[in-house]
Structure formats: C-alpha cells, structure tokens
Design a protein. Structure first.
Length: 560
C-alpha cells in the first residue's frame, strides 16, 4: 500500500513539473511573441485612425511595410521608401549596367537571364537589396521573380554615361552668422564662393523645403500647415498639406537622366506631402547626424557611380541632438571659456506657459547658444570627410551647394521678436561649380531660396523644354547677371499671415489676419532701417510707396 501511495505521489509530482514546464514554455513563447504582438496591435490601431497627422507619418506606419497614401501604394523598409509600380525588365543595346532594387520575404535568390543563360544573386530577406549587374555585350536580359518578390526600382545605365553631380547640402538652422564658423567648408568651397546676401523665404523647414523644390513662394506652393492630416483615400489628398506645383526640382533632374535622391532625418520629408515626386531613392535618416548623412551621400554616389546624380541631403544637428543624447564629438568642440551657466540662465528664465506664437519665436538660451557653436564645429569636421571624398572624385560636371533653410533665433539678433526677421532669414550659402571657379562678383548679390531651382535649370539645360519658366517665382540669380531689388519672406502660422520685405536693407514687416486659407484684414505694418532700428514712415515717403507697391503686387499674385 505504501509503495502504491508513493508511486501516486511521484506520478503527481512528475505531472506537476510537466505542467510547470508547459506553462513556462507558453510564457516563453508569449514573451518572444510580444514584440510581434506589439507591432500587430500598433499597425491595427494605425489602420483604425482615419485622420492621421502628416508629420507623424513614420510613427503611424512604423510597422507597416506597404502603406497606402491617397490611393498610392508604397514599400517601406530600412527607412527607405519606394512607390510600388510596374518595372521594365527588357534592355536595349545601349545599356551597359543594370541596378535593381528588390525586396523578398522568402526567396533565397534573385534569378535573371542573359540570352537564356541563368544567373543568380543571394537575397537578404531582412533588407532592401541593391543588385548592380554588368551587362555583357549584345545580350538580351530578363529577370524572374517569385510571388512575394517586389521589384522596387530598375535603373538602366548607358554604355557612355554622363557622370555629373548636383549636390545640395541643406544645413538646418544655418544662419549667415553661423556659416562663418565652418572652417573646413570655407576651405573646401573657397573664400570667393561664400555668398553673404542669401535669404530664406520662410520661417521654418516645411515651407522652406517646398520653396526649394518648387521655386515658388509659400503663398503659391501652399505647403505650410503645421497640423494637417492624411489617409489612404485619394479624395483626402486635396485636404492635405502638400506640394501641388507643376514640377519639382527632383522631377526636372530625373527627366534629364539623373538618379535622384533625398536623404533627410526630418519627419515631414515624407510622401504625404508629395515630397517623393521625382525621387528615385528616398530615405528617412532617422536620428542620423551629419557623419551618417555623409555616409549616405558617399554610398549613393558609389552605388550609382556610372550615372549622373542629383542629391538633396538634409543635416539637422543644429536643430536637435540627433541620438537623443550627446556623444563625445558634441562635447569636444564645446567652447572652453568659463561661464556661470546657472547664473546666466537665471537672468533669462521665462514662464514655460508660452502661447504657440511666442514658443515659435523663442530665443535660444545662453547655454543653447554656446552649445550651438560647438555643434557647428563638430558638423563641419564631419563634413570634411565628404569634402575629401569629393575632391578625389572625377565628375564630368558638378555643382555643390551648402545652404541654410532658415536661421537660428539668438537673443542678440532678435530684439524685434518678429516671426520673420533679417537675421533669421539671412542664411549661409556656399557654391562650388566646375564651370565657374569664382563667384566673387556675386558675393553680395541678393539670392533667395526660390532661386535655387530656376538657377540649376538654366545651368543644366540647353533649353527649357522640360519645364516652364512661368511656374517659378524665383529667377536664375546664381548663373546669370539677373539682379533683384528686394527679397520676400512669408510666414503662415496659426491665425496670422506675416510678410517681410527687404529692399536695400530697409524692411517692412506686415501682419494680417489669416482664416480658412485666406488673408483677411491687415493688423499692422512696421518699418526698420538698414541699422535694424524702427522707422516711422508716412504714405508720402518714397520708401513707404516702394515697399507698399511691392507688398500689394505680391499679394495680388498669391493664391491665398
């Protein structure tokens, strides 16, 4: 009896441990599945949201490889974004190289044929694959794909390619004041190619990026909404904030046989704003600092080294700490002077309860300003690697520009507390061009952000058959003798429309009520002289008449 009793107890214990092991296994499986469960629940929640904020596109679609935006399907992986469409898989005799961008969930090999002879390349199922394939002479080419293979892009490179480079380095917050501290940049571009009279047409990055790629004022490209929405319905596109111009700078260069690319860590550079128009390679460079942006540029040029390339690369080190924490490089160039930061910050401490407008025009603190001086030097050091690389490359033709999208608000330059100001709009500009060795004659020539696109059109097109001059508000001020008499900057933010006019360094600053996408009655106009001091002008003054005429002419042509 005792033996039977102990056997029962022993069997119960074994059963108990088996159950425990089973529970532990289930818990282990559940824990391992948690990340996938989280991503699936996150994706489900995202699908249920009908009106998604455009500036949170990358957050909403974080776990969605194939988002649909206004009826258009995209593929998103490794922070690359591609519009999904039909790809041609046949070549002609002029082709010497093929570059195929492909993703596959399960295929082990990418299979292709030259004159029915099979070849293959291994596929990485966790990444976007770039296959560069040399084409044998007089061979027909076809490739085979499986059901889950997605051919994202196919590039056909000619036998005698043009190797040109147009590179725009957009340095977020780079005022003309800060640009003088870029030692390596000044050395690479040369003293005669640092221009002093370059002006941004907007107060912040979203409209400025649109100014750059359309050559239009904000009141004409109409992409300015700080809070706007998107979803998958094509009808919703009309209600979104997006670029609706006839052409973009990317589309122009794409039509002229350039491989086009956009590399930016800015969350708003996404397809919901139509910023992918004409872009072959679009990458959201999440949390990437200047050195990583430089790596993207170099890698792109090496991948497409047998073709012409147009690249816009956006660096945001001045805007915020890219990684969320500072690295040794960020500290290495911090000013070494001895300050009592606690005391200095107490002097300028203000209430945290600021309205939207005051938050928008808030100055950098004493510490933040000192920090920016160090960041400028660190970013410039990181750019040196790019400059060394470019100096060693041989391009048939090239134009390289480094400029700010807008300035950075510092207390000593922001006494007026206006959304738009001469110090905030005057940005740094450097140019290096193969055909024009020196821009010394244009050092103080007035140039605007909206002039970049039409200037490059004139520089890289024998005629304008691919684009109409009428679409531009800007002019070819960089590569011609065209001169401007004034500069305009606009801000459409919350319930105000603000307009800054700079005419021979005399300024008018006008504010209007803004409601339902329309300019309403004027609130006020302020005038400042070339020493940035407030002026009182009456309607009979010649300067008043000139500034007033420019303002009325501009508003008449605007779409708001």
């Amino acid at each position: 009896m005792e033996l039977v009793f102990f056997l029962k107890i022993f069997s119960y214990l074994i059963l108990f441990f088996i159950i425990l092991l089973g529970i532990a296994k289930v818990i282990s499986i559940f824990i391992n599945y948690l990340p996938k469960l989280h991503s699936e629940l996150f994706a489900l929640r995202s699908k249920l949201v009908k009106k998604k904020y455009q500036h949170w596109f990358y957050a909403y679609e974080r776990f969605n490889k194939t988002p649909t935006i206004f009826g258009k399907r995209y593929f998103k992986l490794n922070n690359y974004l591609f519009r999904i469409g039909k790809q041609n898989n046949k070549i002609n005799k002029k082709i010497s190289q093929i570059i195929i961008v492909l993703y596959s969930k399960s295929s082990k090999y990418f299979n292709y044929l030259f004159n029915n002879t099979p070849y293959s390349r291994p596929i990485d199922n966790k990444s976007v694959n770039f296959f560069k394939i040399q084409v044998p002479k007089n061979k027909s080419f076809k490739f085979k794909t499986n059901n889950d293979d997605i051919v994202l892009k196919t590039f056909y490179i000619n036998k005698s390619p043009k190797r040109k480079l147009v590179l725009i380095l957009l340095f977020d917050g780079l005022s003309n004041y800060f640009s003088k501290q870029l030692t390596n940049s000044n050395r690479f571009f040369g003293k005669s190619n640092k221009l002093e009279n370059m002006w941004s047409n907007s107060a912040w990055t979203l409209p400025t990026w649109s100014n750059l790629i359309t050559g239009m004022y904000t009141s004409n490209h109409l992409n300015y909404e700080p809070r706007s929405f998107y979803n998958s319905n094509p009808k919703f596109e009309k209600l979104s904030s997006s670029v609706k111009s006839k052409s973009t700078i990317f589309e122009f260069f794409k039509k002229n046989n350039f491989i086009t690319a956009s590399y930016s860590p800015y969350v708003r550079i996404n397809p919901t704003y139509n910023f992918d128009r004409g872009v072959d390679i679009m990458k959201f460079c999440e949390n990437e600092s200047t050195d990583e942006i430089v790596d993207n540029i170099i890698s792109h040029i090496e991948m497409f080294n047998n073709s012409s390339n147009f690249i816009v690369a956006h660096m945001m080190d001045l805007h915020h700490v890219s990684k969320g924490f500072k690295r040794i490089t960020d500290y290495s160039n911090f000013p070494e002077e001895n300050y009592n930061y606690n005391q200095e910050l107490k002097k300028e401490r203000v209430s945290n309860r600021l309205n939207k407008r005051d938050e928008f025009v808030k100055d950098k603190s004493f510490y933040e300003e000192q920090d920016l001086h160090g960041i400028i030097k660190s970013s410039d050091l990181r750019l040196k690697n790019l400059y060394n690389y470019l100096s060693d490359k041989k391009f048939e033709d090239y134009t390289i520009l480094l400029l700010g999208d807008h300035g950075t608000r510092l207390k000593k330059f922001n006494e007026q507390k206006n959304i738009l100001s001469e110090y905030h709009q005057n940005v740094g500009l450097f140019i290096k061009d193969k055909k024009i060795k020196s821009f010394a004659s244009k050092k103080n020539k007035l140039i605007e952000t909206i002039d970049i696109f039409p200037s490059l059109v004139a520089r890289y097109s024998n005629n304008l058959k691919n684009i109409s001059k009428k679409q531009f508000d800007g002019q070819n001020t960089i590569f011609s003798n065209t001169k401007k008499d004034y500069h305009l900057a606009e801000s459409i933010y919350t319930s105000e429309y603000n307009l800054l006019i700079n005419c021979n360094n005399n300024y008018s600053y006008s504010s209007y009520e803004f409601n339902k996408d329309k300019i309403k009655k004027k609130i006020n106009t302020k005038f400042y002289n070339n020493k940035h001091k407030r002026m009182i002008l009456n309607k009979e003054d010649k300067l008043f008449k000139k500034l007033d005429t420019i303002e009325k002419k501009h508003l008449k042509k605007s779409k708001i």
